[in-house]
Design a protein around this ligand. Structure first.
Ligand code: DWN
Length: 397
């Protein structure tokens, strides 16, 4: 049974930054009701609204993985590990974005798959074989004809974005070599609930995975998880190492059961846990608004740092407009001088002096808190205060 546990109100499409301030409407399909559900059988958590992929992931996709030092380092370390441990002849990445991972491999050893043509263009230009297509059975067939099989299929922060997971795994199964490995990383549902990061929910995140749900899902395809790593990226992610059930030589780590036990202890298999999360979410909204309104009353100015997809959920759920947060700043060229969808807050180009004009910073990119606070330590010493809503709304000195 599929049961609803959270409504985050009317939301615009995240990552559709507006060229000029516009009032979006439900009638024109620019706003949708963001409802989140729990499947009591498969234990999968998903949003109900499905926006066609072509509307979200096209030649104008603004998010680039390489924009943060944290992610560049994470991909670099992983590539070293993959080379050492698995020595793949051929690795394929589903959702290769701007090449943050594949650029760490020799060109003859990797294939990128990236449907956002503006991003695929970057890796193609750098000489990496990239298919600017959606991952599906046709594409897997095409690649199989050329390369026969692939040793590792990797995908970070992408599978949660694809509605039809059956096609995803059927196509992987077809192309992966007999002893091949799948490595998937995505935000952890457990961390999302623990940190009360309701902003992980938006139109692109169709699913948020727990190890419990991934295990159930893989069962249908003759795959199983043999190892799990907890990562700090994107607010807490899980990296799943997966093999065919028939590949017995690869042992299963105790970490798999440990993670599942942790999730069961927290209650990720029970609907009541999600109901609690929805109460916490409402409390978070009230408390964040209280902090922002107090700052407004004191006639102080707030800058949003990181025009993230997550911040779009926060702004629209909490009804925060430019009276409360004057501007956002971001380093991504595609976002600069645009407006935050739904709330029309202008995104300014980041420069090292920008913080001088503000009294407070709201961490839109709270998942990069350490990196950002390190970068801005001069201002923090001089009394600039940061506001975060994770794990609960508060000021950070
Ligand atoms: O799954 C997804 C994740 C991986 O990326 C996508 N659906 C969309 C996107 O979500 P997000 O926008 O919430 O991701 P990030 O990685 O939290 O975005 C960080 C933003 O902050 C980027 O626009 C870059 C910017 N930034 C910055 O301006 N200065 C980041 C850092 C660290 C900085 O110092």
């Amino acid at each position: 049974m599929i049961k609803k546990f959270l409504n985050l109100g009317l939301q615009p499409l995240a990552n559709q930054y507006q060229k000029k301030p516009v009032k979006l409407s439900v009638e024109k399909g620019q706003l949708y009701n963001l409802n989140i559900f729990f499947n009591t059988k498969s234990k999968l958590v998903s949003i109900s609204k499905r926006i066609p992929s072509e509307k979200m992931f096209n030649s104008k996709y603004p998010y680039r993985s390489s924009m943060s030092h944290t992610m560049r380092t994470s991909f670099k370390n992983l590539s070293k590990k993959i080379k050492k441990k698995f020595k793949p002849n051929l690795l394929l990445e589903i959702g290769s974005n701007d090449g943050a991972l594949i650029k760490n491999f020799k060109k003859e050893n990797v294939i990128g798959v990236e449907p956002c043509k503006n991003l695929a263009r970057i890796t193609k230009k750098n000489g990496y074989l990239t298919y600017d297509k959606y991952w599906n059975f046709d594409l897997a067939t095409k690649i199989k004809k050329k390369f026969n099989s692939v040793d590792i299929i990797y995908s970070a922060n992408t599978l949660t974005h694809i509605s039809d997971l059956n096609t995803v795994f059927k196509s992987i199964k077809y192309l992966l070599s007999e002893n091949g490995i799948i490595i998937i990383e995505d935000p952890s549902l457990l961390e999302c609930l623990k940190k009360n990061s309701y902003d992980q929910f938006y139109n692109e995140h169709i699913y948020l995975f727990s190890a419990i749900a991934v295990k159930n899902l893989l069962n249908n395809f003759g795959f199983e998880i043999f190892d799990i790593e907890n990562l700090s990226t994107h607010g807490g992610s899980l990296r799943y190492y997966i093999k065919r059930t028939s590949y017995k030589k690869q042992k299963i780590s105790y970490r798999v059961n440990n993670q599942i036990k942790k999730e069961i202890k927290f209650g990720l298999h029970k609907f009541e846990t999600y109901k609690k999360f929805s109460i916490n979410t409402l409390r978070s909204k009230k408390n964040l608004l209280q902090i922002l309104n107090k700052i407004k009353k004191d006639k102080k100015k707030i800058l949003g740092y990181g025009a993230t997809a997550k911040a779009v959920t926060v702004l629209n759920y909490c009804n925060i407009d430019k009276d409360l947060i004057s501007n956002f700043t971001d380093t991504t060229p595609e976002k600069i001088d645009n407006y935050m969808p739904g709330k029309n807050i202008k995104i300014l180009r980041y420069n090292k002096d920008i913080l001088k004009n503000y009294d407070y910073v709201f961490l839109g990119a709270w998942n990069f808190k350490k990196e950002i606070m390190r970068k801005e330590k001069k201002y923090i010493k001089n009394g600039l205060k940061f506001i975060t809503h994770i794990p609960y709304p508060k000021l950070i000195n």
